[in-house]
Design a protein around this ligand. Structure first.
Ligand SMILES: [Ca+2]
Ligand SMILES: [Ca+2]
Ligand SMILES: [Ca+2]
Ligand SMILES: [Ca+2]
Length: 309
């Protein structure tokens, strides 16, 4: 006869200690008493994996125990804000609660070739329950213009001034003139430069010097995507041609330069109505807060937006 015992309080622990002593003295008919704590409340959530094999896990070092949620979705997660409910099925989407006969590390879960030790002492499988991922993404073009929670096409929010598919708040060239916004603000971000005084700040002005030729067209060739370095005669006027109304050569360039923005993602994971089963025992939890992973993604993304029709 074997026992799986959960210790919820000190009184129970004392009682259990006596039980263990009895077991040591009198032996166990066909095995050992197995002690599990199932205590992960003060343990950080960790993560590894890719589409098809996502793994969220927690390790309680003191008890040599782990709790792992494996999700088989082949979707690329963490790129957009979402609330994703995934039912456990025991195979593709499964929870494992394990105790080990020694110290277990993240390598055990994340290495392609897992370490040979420690051995698993007990393995509970969770094939019933529902996991939910609360995914929060933050996009930022770091262009110096503060976020504006609006759909105004002139605001640094969800409007898309140049219709390139990137909303202004993560479009690093808001007016699509191939001069990045950060290069068009000028000295004072609170009072962005308006070179030609037409009421539109340069970063929202396609013809910055108001000479009738679009800034994007004041370049040296059809493949030149950088109006900044095109200066007709520095000895006469040090400004690039797009900020020189006396120069208005036009070369049609209807192509956007490569854009970049930063993506940061947090994810919170919960599991509800979890049923964990071993050969002889069952653990149930109505609600498990697995925790939050900050910056599970923190990356710069480069994209060349298509030119609008
Ligand atoms: Ca845009
Ligand atoms: Ca922007
Ligand atoms: Ca401009
Ligand atoms: Ca010009």
């Amino acid at each position: 006869m074997c026992y799986f015992v959960f210790l919820e309080n000190t009184a129970m622990k004392k009682y259990f200690f006596i039980l263990v002593l009895s077991a040591l003295v009198y032996g166990c008919d066909d095995g050992d008493i197995i002690y599990t704590s199932f205590n992960f409340s003060n343990v950080d959530l960790q993560f590894c994996g890719d589409p098809g094999d996502y793994l969220f896990f927690k390790i309680n070092d003191a008890a040599n125990e782990s709790l792992a949620l494996q999700l088989g979705t082949t979707e690329e997660l963490f790129l957009v804000s979402d609330t994703l409910a995934i039912s456990l099925d025991g195979t593709t989407n499964v929870v494992h609660f394990r105790s080990f006969n020694g110290t277990v590390s993240a390598d055990y879960f994340c290495d392609n070739i897992p370490p040979t030790t420690p051995d698993v002492a007990t393995d509970f499988i969770g094939s019933d329950g529902e996991s939910t991922l609360f995914i929060t993404t933050v996009f930022d073009d770091n262009d110096g213009i503060p976020f504006d929670n609006s759909f105004d096409i002139l605001g640094e929010g969800f409007g898309d001034f140049d219709e390139d598919g990137l909303p202004n708040f993560y479009d690093y060239d808001d007016d699509g003139d191939n001069v990045p916004t950060a290069n068009e603000i000028g000295e004072d971000p609170d009072n962005p430069r308006d070179f030609d005084g037409d009421g539109f700040p340069d970063y929202l002005d396609e013809d910055d010097d108001n000479d009738g030729v679009l800034t994007r067209y004041e370049v040296s060739s059809e493949t030149d995507l950088n109006p900044l370095d095109n200066i007709f005669d520095p000895s006469v006027n040090p400004n690039p041609d797009y900020l020189n109304p006396d120069i208005h050569n036009e070369i049609i360039v209807d192509v956007f330069r490569s854009h970049s923005y930063n993506l940061k993602t947090d994810v919170r994971v919960i599991i509800e109505n979890l049923v964990l089963i071993s050969e002889t025992e069952q653990i149930t939890r109505e609600f498990l807060n697995m925790g939050t992973l900050v910056d599970i993604v923190n990356t710069d993304i480069a994209i060349t937006p298509p030119f609008p029709d």
